[in-house]
Design a protein around this ligand. Structure first.
Ligand code: GLN
Length: 288
């Protein structure tokens, strides 16, 4: 493919890439062609001049590899290595869930509550790239954060993102499976956030390849009914939450009511269910 691309260089590389992406049924092929070219050239996609493309051999090779990966349905963020979320570009790879715009709803609500109630100790369970925790504590300058994840590789990414944002003095990361008994933090939290896995195991096969093949299964699979991890969290969150503390949970489509009930059975009160940008109930907000 590289030699084919090189031959196209003097004709119209952009149109060629667009065409190949469209043939591969990749949505928004023109946009993605621009992003792949910008990545290969190491320039900003917004300022890339498509009428003056000049790629050296190394850049053509990079483009070729990136195009092959995209045609194999690797999501663009995991090819270029970053994903825009809330206020920043976060480092991502296949060891973490790609941050989703829907999750920004949880972040906005956590910051709002944190500001209103002066919340200072934030726990993020299943922190992945750290996108939730880091976005929240950045906007709560008096808060400290702890991010827990079962994956050491995810924790490395979260740590890198914390360093990039200059938040290392206010954040810690720990390996653990939810409230693993080996973890003992010695203090409670007044804000607990989580975007746990919530897809039914049997539904994973139907997800887009970008998701099922490139997001970690651990980050997606919520057990047979999709509620496995909410139940585990509901059992232990009350003992780690300060009185009057808040819990914000992302939920899948149609799960909000049942998640609220699972947590009500553990003694937490439902404050609000917040909708995402598509109008879907996405974030369950609870209080102790
Ligand atoms: N907290 C991370 C996010 O929301 C990862 C969540 C997960 O892996 N389920 O992007």
């Amino acid at each position: 493919m590289l030699s084919q691309i090189m031959n196209m260089q003097n004709t119209n590389l952009f149109e060629d890439i667009t065409h190949r992406l469209a043939e591969g049924k990749i949505p928004s092929p023109r946009l993605e062609a621009r992003l792949l070219l910008a990545y290969a050239l190491g320039v900003d996609a917004d300022t890339l001049n498509l009428f003056a493309l000049e790629l050296d051999d190394a850049q053509l090779h990079k483009l070729d590899q990136a195009l092959k990966a995209r045609l194999a349905h690797k999501p663009i963020c995991k090819i270029v290595g970053t994903k825009a979320f809330y206020k920043h570009d976060f480092k991502v790879d296949c060891n973490v869930l790609s941050p989703r715009p829907d999750t920004e709803i949880l972040v906005e609500n956590a910051i709002r509550l944190g500001q209103q109630h002066n919340l200072k100790r934030v726990l993020d369970l299943g922190t992945g790239s750290g996108c939730i925790l880091l976005s929240v504590i950045e906007d709560l300058p008096n808060a400290k954060g702890l991010g827990v994840d079962i994956s050491d590789k995810a924790l490395e990414i979260a740590q890198t993102n914390a360093a990039m944002l200059g938040l290392l003095p206010r954040v810690e990361f720990a390996r653990g499976s939810w409230f693993d008994d080996t973890l003992n933090w010695g203090y409670k939290f007044d804000l607990i956030v989580s975007n746990p896995p919530y897809i039914k195991s049997g539904d994973i096969v139907n997800l887009a390849p970008e998701v099922k093949d490139y997001d970690p299964r651990l980050a997606l699979d919520g057990g047979a009914d999709g509620y496995r991890d909410y139940k585990k969290l509901a059992e232990r969150i009350p003992e780690w939450l300060e009185d009057n503390g808040y819990v914000l949970l992302e939920v899948g489509i149609g799960q909000a009511e049942q998640v609220a009930q699972i947590f009500a059975a553990s003694g937490l009160h439902l404050c609000e269910i917040a909708k995402d940008l598509a109008g879907i109930n996405r974030c369950v907000i609870l209080k102790k």
